[in-house]
Each structure stands twice: as structure tokens, then as C-alpha cells.
Design a protein around this ligand. Structure first.
Ligand code: KIV
Length: 285
């Protein structure tokens, strides 16, 4: 039997960075998937507010509540006890004030067993990061395409393509790093911009989602990897297996076998002893 994995900690993540070993990070929203990700050795898990779209069927992440997040994050923690678990702060649970941000972050730690939280936004959110970190909670920033601001950003599109906008992202990253973020996720920025930021990071782990190979690690959305989100397939999402197709074929086969009376077969049901059955019949007569 293989030894259970040791808990993934912040020092472990920084050690990987210092050795030049990429960090693996995936989104996850439920117990069975968390169990599989833990078995596969995935080091970081993000319970993203993308669950609003992938699990709850909303058109955006905006309707997701803190209670939605806590319920899913607790399930993920039960399935992945040693992963470095990150709770994603949903819309308007940190934007209103530093105090709101600290209280929401505290819920992820106290109620769901998280190791860190993530929140979206640049310089304007630096004081939220500072407040959370000063409360003893590790915090991750999120720059580039930030889905909670998708309307202001003009849609799901690559960010920082011009030198001027790229410079703003570099400046925002420095502000978050100075505020105490131990990591920053860059979503959909050009690869060379992400490389420049990674080279300049002093004590901050740079993670990429569709931002190229030069970061310290990679994040993907689980549902995109396995064909489980039918509405949209972003370019950055490599499909590692079409679980959606496998499940759909299984569902159709089940439907056809029930209709065709091929399911169930004796191995799929339970029997009782003849004498018990006869006794039952007598009792009923
Ligand atoms: O909610 C989420 O899954 C995220 C990713 C898009 C990074 O924030």
C-alpha cells in the first residue's frame, strides 16, 4: 500500500518554485472529483466561484453566494484532505470593505478548512489583501481576465495586449505582492507578459490560466478538461478526456436497456429464500 500523501503546505509550494518544479492546480467543486484529484497528486485545488456556471447552471459567477461556496468547499475538503485548498471569494463578499473581506475569508478558513483564499482585482483590492493577510490568512490575487468584472472588461477576452494595459497589469501585480499576496493567478494574459511578471516576482508564486508556460504553475478549469461544460470551450482549455461524451453514451445505453427490458439482469437484483417467500405468501393469503 502506498503511503498517504503529506499535507501540501505553503513552504512546500515555495520549495517547488525554488527548484523550478511547476505546481499543479485545478478547480473542483464536489467530493468525488476531489477524491480523484487527490489520488492523481494534484497539489492545489481551487473551489472557484465558476461553480455558479459549471455546477449551478447560471450564466455568470455573479449570483454565487458565500453559503454556496462554503457547502461545496466543505465537500471538496472531505475528498482531498491533503491538497492545498483555496476558497474563491464570491462577488460582493470582499469588494464593499476590508472588514467584509476579512469576515468572508475567515469563513472559508473556519467553516471549510481552507488553506488560503483568492480574490479578483488589482491595486483597488490591495488593502483587502493586506487586511486578510494581517488576519493570518494566506491570500492569492487574480489579475488579467477577472470574471466578476467581465462586463467592465468587455467580455471574456485576452487582457493586457497593448504595452499600456500590460504595464497596468505589471503595476497591479506589484501592488498585490507588496500587500502580502503569496501568489497571483494570471488569467488570459499574453505569455510574454506573464513571463516578465514571473521573472520580476520576488516572493510571490505566479500561476497561469491560459497565460503561457513561464509561470511557476498551471491552473485549469476541471469541467473544461473533460468536456463537462457544454455551453462554451475556451481556447486555453486542453481536453484531457471526454468524460461528458462517455457519460452521455452511458445514459443513452441505460435508457435503451430499460426500455428494451435488458436491464436489470439477475446480477443486478436481490433474492429471498424460497421458505421465506412461501411463508410471506401464506401470511398475505
Ligand atoms: O472561479 C474560478 O474558477 C476562477 C478561475 C476562472 C480562475 O476564478
Amino acid at each position: 500500500m502506498t503511503e498517504p500523501r503529506k499535507k501540501i503546505t505553503l513552504p512546500y509550494l515555495f520549495e517547488k518554485v525554488s527548484k523550478g518544479e511547476p505546481i499543479t492546480w485545478l478547480t473542483c467543486y464536489d467530493y468525488p472529483t476531489a477524491y480523484l484529484q487527490e489520488q492523481a497528486g494534484i497539489e492545489m485545488i481551487l473551489v472557484g466561484d465558476s461553480l455558479g456556471m459549471t455546477m449551478l447552471g447560471y450564466d455568470s459567477t455573479l449570483p454565487v453566494t458565500m453559503d454556496d461556496m462554503i457547502r461545496h468547499t466543505q465537500a471538496v475538503r472531505r475528498g482531498a484532505p491533503t491538497a492545498f485548498l483555496v476558497g474563491d471569494m464570491p462577488y460582493m463578499t470582499y469588494q464593499p470593505s476590508v472588514e467584509t473581506a476579512i469576515r468572508s475569508a475567515g469563513r472559508f478558513m473556519a467553516e471549510a478548512g481552507c488553506d488560503a483564499i483568492k480574490l479578483e482585482g488589482g491595486a483597488a483590492m490591495a488593502d483587502r489583501i493586506r487586511g486578510i493577510v494581517d488576519s493570518g490568512i494566506p491570500a492569492i490575487g487574480h489579475l488579467g481576465l477577472t470574471p466578476q468584472s467581465v462586463s467592465a472588461l468587455g467580455g471574456f477576452r485576452v487582457q493586457g495586449k497593448s504595452a499600456e494595459l500590460a504595464k497596468k497589469i505589471v503595476d497591479d501585480a506589484k501592488k498585490l505582492e507588496k500587500a502580502g499576496a503569496f501568489a497571483i493567478l494570471f488569467e488570459m494574459i499574453p505569455d510574454r507578459l506573464c513571463q516578465l511578471i514571473t521573472e520580476r516576482a520576488e516572493n510571490c508564486i505566479i500561476m497561469s490560466l491560459g497565460s503561457g508556460p513561464h509561470a511557476h504553475g498551471q491552473l485549469l478549469i476541471y469541467h473544461d478538461m473533460f468536456g463537462l461544460y457544454p455551453k462554451f470551450k475556451p481556447k486555453m482549455a486542453k481536453v484531457f478526456g471526454n468524460a461528458g461524451e462517455v457519460i452521455l453514451n452511458g445514459l443513452k445505453a441505460y435508457h435503451d436497456e430499460v426500455i428494451g427490458k435488458q436491464f436489470p439482469q439477475p446480477e443486478n437484483w436481490f433474492t429471498m429464500k424460497d421458505e421465506e417467500y412461501d411463508e410471506l405468501k401464506k401470511m398475505l393469503d
